[in-house]
Design a protein around this ligand. Structure first.
Ligand code: HEC
Length: 226
């Protein structure tokens, strides 16, 4: 019977310890975090870090549509001298940020209800998508028909977030602009639903590149003194 007890205790410890160290303690540490103020002299910026919350309603659409199954929002930290992110990586996919991106930190997610770190990197990391997004119109076209942007895209078309409607009077100013091959039949237009609008606003609000107060990255990001 003692063996059985050791077995149960061992079992509890082998699941309990990782649970405690990987889930409970980090969660408690995260809950105590609050936004910190920038030091104007050291960081070169004013206000609080993180500066702006993301669009919460759009985030719910992002979660419901399962975007985080394919997209991460986390740039790996540097560990044991192994860089998680090199400037220039993924350049074959154009539209990379020109400025070096910094690794994500815990506080980056304070303005969000859920921290959508993601599971796999099937699509590009979206941690800084807000910086490289052109505008809402470009996002709508990509969501409605990813293949009209990149003919090799494996991203699903989120046509459910849009409405096909008969043109009555002038064409809607929000109508999705598509190349001929993907365009709706004559006399019809494709307009984003309010959900698509919130989702686009959320994507535009994704900016995890703000300087971290008191870190060397902040100094590097600040304009060089002459
Ligand atoms: C099956 C995997 C998959 C899912 C699910 C998915 N994507 Fe993508 N996504 C991709 C791939 C692959 C690309 C790169 C090819 C391209 O640009 O279409 C991409 C590209 C993007 C880009 C352009 C990124 C850049 O750096 O230019 C955005 C924005 C985007 N996805 C948003 C979304 C949103 C929002 C959703 C949910 C509504 C979503 N994705 C769901 C695979 C996916």
């Amino acid at each position: 019977m003692t063996n059985f007890r050791t077995f149960i205790l061992g079992l509890a410890a082998s699941f309990g310890l990782p649970w405690l160290c990987l889930i409970v303690l980090p969660a408690m540490q995260y809950e105590q975090l609050t936004p910190v103020a920038y030091d104007k002299d050291k960081d070169g910026v004013e206000g609080y870090f993180p500066p702006a919350p993301v669009n919460g309603q759009g985030q719910l659409v992002y979660i419901r549509e399962g975007c985080n199954q394919c997209h991460t929002q986390m740039i790996r930290p540097v560990q044991l001298g192994l860089d998680g992110w090199y400037k220039g990586w993924g350049q074959d996919q154009e539209a990379r940020p020109a400025a070096p991106a910094r690794p994500s930190v815990l506080r980056d997610y304070l303005g969000e209800k859920y921290a959508l770190l993601g599971i796999q990197r099937v699509g590009p990391d979206l941690a800084n998508f807000g910086w490289r997004a052109k505008d809402k119109a470009a996002i709508y076209q990509h969501l409605y028909s990813p293949r009209s942007v990149h003919d090799w895209s494996t991203m699903p078309a989120y046509t459910g977030l849009f409405k096909l409607q008969k043109i009555q009077g002038p064409v809607s100013e929000h109508a999705v602009k598509l190349p001929k091959k993907f365009a709706p039949p004559a006399g019809y237009e494709i307009v984003p639903t309010p959900e698509a609008e919130r989702l686009a606003e959320y994507l535009l609000s994704l900016k995890k590149d703000y300087p971290v107060p008191g870190q060397s990255a902040a100094v590097a990001a600040a304009p060089a003194k002459k």
